[in-house]
Design a protein around this ligand. Sequence first.
Ligand code: DGY
Length: 329
Amino acid sequence: MKKKIYVTRRIPEIGIEMLKAKKDFDVKVSPYDRVLSSREIIKNAKGCDALLCLLTDQIDGKVLDGIGKQLKIVANYAVGFNNINLEDAKKREIMVTNTPGKLISKSVAEHTFTLMMGLAKRMVEADKFMRFGKYKGWGPLLLLGSDVHDKTLGIVGLGNIGIEVARRAVKGFGMKVIYTDIKRDKNFEKEYKAKYATLPELLKNSDFVTLHVPLLKSTQHLISTKQFKMMKKSAFLINTSRGPIVDERALVSALKSGEIAGAGLDVYECEPKLGCTVFDKSYFKNAQNLIITPHIASASTETRSEMAEIAAKNIIVALSGKTPPNLVK
Ligand code: DGY
């Protein structure tokens, strides 16, 4: 009998082709280019051996039971896996995998830098200034920004992405790096002349703070009112990890009161909603010291294709009875 695979949304073709190339696989892809409800996932994936899902799909015990006891693997098309209830999967002996490839860390590091540079050089403001015909001639004080070289970058979370950000910061921009993580990495410290710090020390001393931790109970609102107060008034916060790591209400109040200089966000607390906990929602539309992008840090053709290959490979290996390469433990 053929093994059934359900893919909850169209992903780059290469991954689908890898699955379809397996003669004993029956692959179905959702025909809609939108997020499916849990009910739709259950209905469409019922009886499947493998589910290839996205970070926008909420996968819990109810969904897993709805799909059925034959389900062996949930292959998430993302590095983050906070959309999957790991305990529920473990209880049912269902494997969960993610897609930490070689390219994604570099793509996310590039996006992190894009936000950093955009804030420092006031790129969005400058672009609007030109488009709205405000440029009347060169001026010595026109749109003064900040430099990035020789500044201190605080990296919160030293996984693959954090390391790629550090590499660009030190080798490309001559920045100083301090970092915090649950464990120290002495080799990293040596290679990048980086200093280990506690979170409060990092916040006090950084000109740019960039977040690269997974979303866990312990990292929810890791950056809130107390933490903003510790930061320099001239500092910028960058978040390309997961929205709920930053308390958006506290962020807006820190930006409004000038407690920090600006923020670059690619992720949001109630994605895709903007500022769901914030009283003054128009702030996101009008603030000059904020650059916001729609969760596209990994959105390059190369990276998204690699993610599709990795997710497909995880399924192929798991359904052959072996341990998939990117098992989330
Ligand atoms: C991830 O892989 O977790 C990213 O957020 C997807 O863009």
